[in-house]
Design a protein around this ligand. Structure first.
Ligand SMILES: Nc1nc2c(ncn2[C@@H]2O[C@H](COP(=O)(O)OP(=O)(O)O)[C@@H](O)[C@H]2O)c(=O)[nH]1
Ligand SMILES: [Mg+2]
Length: 386
C-alpha cells in the first residue's frame, strides 16, 4: 500500500490549490538537497508518511502539535476515506474533550480582535494556561489570505509552545465549515488546550457558527460608537456576554470611557445573552495590555456563576444536540446531491427550470420522486464504518 501522499493529495479542497504542509523540519527533497539518511533508508521521510489511527490518537493526546495539525487536516479533508478516519480518531479522543473554556470573539474588521487575542493569549500562557486559537471564516475559500494575515498579527503567540494557532478551514459549505471548526476545537481540547479562543471575521454567518461552539461570547467594539453603533446590529449585541471597548489607550482613552458608558446604557434595553448573567461593557487596550486580567476575571466569574446555576451545562447540551441536527441536515443533503441518479438528471432538470418548462417546485417534486433514499444510502460509501 502506498505510504505517501502525492503533491496533489486527493483530499485537497476542490478549486483551492493551497495545501497546508504537514510536518516541518525536513527540507524539500529536490535533487542535491536530499538528506543522506533518507537515501540509505535509515530514516523515513516523515513529512509525507501517513499516520495510523493509533499514532494520531497518541500524538494528539501527548499534545504533539505537528500531529495535531495533521489530525485537523484530516478533519478538514473532503475525502470520505479521510472523513471516516477522522471520525474514528475523534471518537477515541472524545473522553478527553470538553474540559476547556471556549471563548468566542466577534466584532467588525479592524476592531482589534486578532491583536486582542494575541495579548490575551500571551497573558493566559504566562499564567500557565494552554491556549488554542481558531478562526472561523466561511468566506475564506473566496477571500483566502485574510486569515493568514491574522497569524502574523499573532506573531509572539504563534511561537509559544503553550499556544496553537489554526486558521479557518476553507470549507465550501457553511455546514462544512461549522463541522470542521467544531471538530478542530475538540481535537485541540483532546490535546490539552484548556482555553480555546475563536475569532470570527464578524461578517456573514461566522457569528452564528462561533456562537454555537462557545461558552462565552464577546463583542469587541471601537470607540466613538455614536448613534450609528458602527454598523453593529442590535442582534449581535443581544448575543454578547461581554462588550469590550478596545483601543482604550493614548488619546483614545477618554473617548473609550464615553463609549463604554454609551454601551452600558444600550445594554439596559437588551435582553441578556445568558440567563442570570448581566452583560456589561469593559475597557481594554490590546496594545498596552490593559484591562486584560480584569476581562479574564469576568470570564471566570461567568463560568463559576453559570456552572452553579446549571446554565453552563445546559448551553453545552443544547449545542451538542444542535450539532447533531445540523449534521443530519448535512448528511441528507450530501446523500441527495451526491446520488448518481440525481447528479445524472440534474443538468436536464436545471435547464428545464431555466427554460420555463417546469417550475422550481415541480422540479423539486420530480427529483425527490427519482431519489431513492434507501438505495442512495447503500450506494454511498459507508463512511461511518469504513
Ligand atoms: N491603539 C490601539 N490599536 C489597536 C489595538 N488593538 C488593535 N489595534 C490596531 O487595530 C488594527 C486592527 O487590528 P486587528 O487585530 O487586525 O483587528 P481585527 O480585524 O478585529 O482582527 C491594527 O492596526 C492594530 O494594530 C489597541 O488596543 N490599541
Ligand atoms: Mg483579525
Amino acid at each position: 500500500m502506498a505510504n505517501y501522499t502525492t503533491t496533489n493529495p486527493e483530499w485537497a479542497i476542490q478549486g483551492n490549490s493551497a495545501v497546508m504542509s504537514g510536518i516541518e523540519g525536513i527540507k524539500d527533497t529536490t535533487v542535491g538537497n536530499i538528506n543522506p539518511a533518507l537515501i540509505s533508508g535509515k530514516m523515513k521521510p516523515k513529512r509525507r508518511m501517513v499516520l495510523t489511527e493509533d499514532e494520531i490518537v497518541e500524538g494528539v493526546s501527548n499534545c504533539d502539535r505537528t500531529i495535531l495539525s495533521r489530525a485537523i487536516t484530516l478533519i478538514e479533508s473532503n475525502s470520505p476515506k479521510h472523513f471516516a478516519k477522522a471520525q474514528r480518531v475523534l471518537q477515541r479522543l472524545l473522553p478527553r474533550t470538553g474540559k476547556a473554556l471556549r471563548i468566542g470573539i466577534t466584532g467588525v474588521p479592524g476592531a482589534g480582535k486578532s491583536t486582542l487575542i494575541e495579548a490575551f493569549g500571551n497573558m493566559l500562557c504566562d499564567n500557565g494556561h494552554k491556549v488554542a486559537v481558531l478562526a472561523v471564516d466561511p468566506t475564506s475559500s473566496i477571500t483566502r489570505g485574510s486569515i493568514l494575515g491574522d497569524k502574523t498579527r499573532m506573531g509572539t503567540l504563534s511561537r509559544r509552545t503553550e499556544a496553537f494557532i489554526r486558521p479557518s478551514p476553507a470549507g465550501g459549505t457553511l455546514g462544512g465549515v461549522a463541522r470542521k471548526s467544531r471538530e478542530t476545537m475538540l481535537m485541540c481540547e483532546a490535546a490539552g488546550y484548556d482555553v480555546i479562543l475563536i475569532e470570527t471575521v464578524g461578517v456573514g454567518q461566522s457569528e452564528t457558527i462561533v456562537l454555537s461552539m462557545v461558552d462565552f461570547f464577546m463583542l469587541v467594539v471601537l470607540t466613538g460608537a455614536g448613534d450609528d453603533l458602527q454598523g453593529i446590529k442590535k442582534g449581535i449585541m443581544e448575543l454578547a456576554d461581554a462588550i469590550v471597548v478596545n483601543k482604550a489607550d493614548g488619546d483614545n482613552l477618554v473617548k473609550a470611557k464615553v463609549t463604554r458608558g454609551e454601551y452600558e446604557r444600550m445594554i439596559e434595553y437588551i435582553r441578556p445573552a445568558t440567563e442570570g448573567w448581566p452583560t456589561h461593557a469593559y475597557l481594554c487596550s490590546a496594545i498596552e495590555k490593559t484591562g486584560l486580567p480584569e476581562l479574564w476575571k469576568v470570564i471566570q466569574v461567568f463560568k463559576e456563576l453559570t456552572t452553579q446555576s446549571g446554565v453552563f451545562q445546559r448551553r453545552r447540551d443544547s449545542q451538542l444536540l444542535d450539532w447533531m441536527h445540523s449534521m443530519i441536515d448535512e448528511h441528507l443533503h450530501n446523500l441527495f446531491f451526491e446520488d448518481a441518479v440525481i447528479t445524472g438528471r440534474m443538468p436536464e432538470v436545471k435547464s428545464a427550470v431555466l427554460n420555463g418548462t417546469i417550475s422550481p417546485t415541480q422540479a423539486v417534486a420530480e427529483l425527490i420522486k427519482m431519489f431513492d433514499i434507501k438505495r442512495a444510502a447503500e450506494r454511498q460509501v459507508d463512511i461511518f464504518n469504513n
